[in-house]
Design a protein around this ligand. Structure first.
Ligand code: AMP
Length: 216
């Protein structure tokens, strides 16, 4: 199955992607994670991307498109994949469509997770991420057992630069301007499945599973 997860920053795409990956056995491909990895390793791509990411802006299309084109050619993507954070604008959506045609493949669903802006800001400004394994916590809603340490691997928890309030607002504005038009794009293609992203992670997961199982 080939899926795209759409939704503003803080909608819970990363959390839900992990569930879906386990359930469907398709790789979870997050452009944000790939880019953060490149920044951490200070590759040429990472150096090119870093300034945009810390400002909450989109990294130029050619950088991201090349990264995705390489990734979906890999063997583990033959039977499908779950894209999280890509496409992020109409140009990327059109490139993805052309890439899939050249692989004689197509998307099955585009799952859009909807959450109110005030809730997104609450979620993102309290978010903490593990430097070692990428696990996510929230200072109020999902605190780690031990202060500033990851429950899973003991790694150090930190606040992403782009999870600070002014950058969060910039990221939400970018989403409205650049990414929200993809709803119409995929609606026209009959692929859009809209999900209420409020409530617990388990509640949202059930709504997504209902869509994937075809019961909604
Ligand atoms: P995310 O973890 O998906 O919120 O992504 C973090 C940051 O990485 C974004 O704010 C962008 O700067 C960059 N980024 C991730 N995916 C893309 C994309 N498809 N196109 C452009 N920039 C991206």
């Amino acid at each position: 199955m080939r899926l795209v997860l759409l939704g503003p920053p803080g909608a819970g795409k990363g959390t839900q992607a992990k569930f879906i990956e386990e359930r469907l056995g398709v790789p979870h491909i997050s452009t944000g994670d790939l880019l953060r990895g490149a920044v951490q390793r200070q590759t040429a791509l990472g150096q090119a991307a870093e300034q945009y990411m810390t400002r909450g802006e989109l990294v130029p299309n050619d950088v991201v498109v090349e990264m995705i084109a390489e990734r979906i050619k890999e063997r583990d993507c033959l039977e499908g994949f779950l894209l999280d954070g890509f496409p992020r604008n109409l140009t990327q959506a059109e490139v993805l469509e052309r890439m899939l045609v050249s692989h004689r493949a197509q998307l099955d669903h585009v799952v859009s997770i909807r959450v109110h802006p005030e809730e997104l800001i609450r979620r993102l400004s309290g978010r903490r991420t593990c430097r070692s394994c990428g696990a996510m916590y929230h200072v109020v809603f999902n605190p780690p057992k031990q202060n500033e340490r990851c429950d899973r691997c003991g790694g150090e928890l930190f606040q992403r630069d782009d999870d600070r309030e002014d950058t969060i607002r910039a990221r939400l504005a970018v989403y409205d301007r650049e990414t929200a038009p993809l709803h119409d794009y995929y609606q026209h293609r009959g692929l859009l499945r809209s999900i209420d992203g409020e409530g617990t992670a388990e509640a949202v997961r059930s709504r997504i599973l209902a869509v994937l199982d075809g019961t909604q």
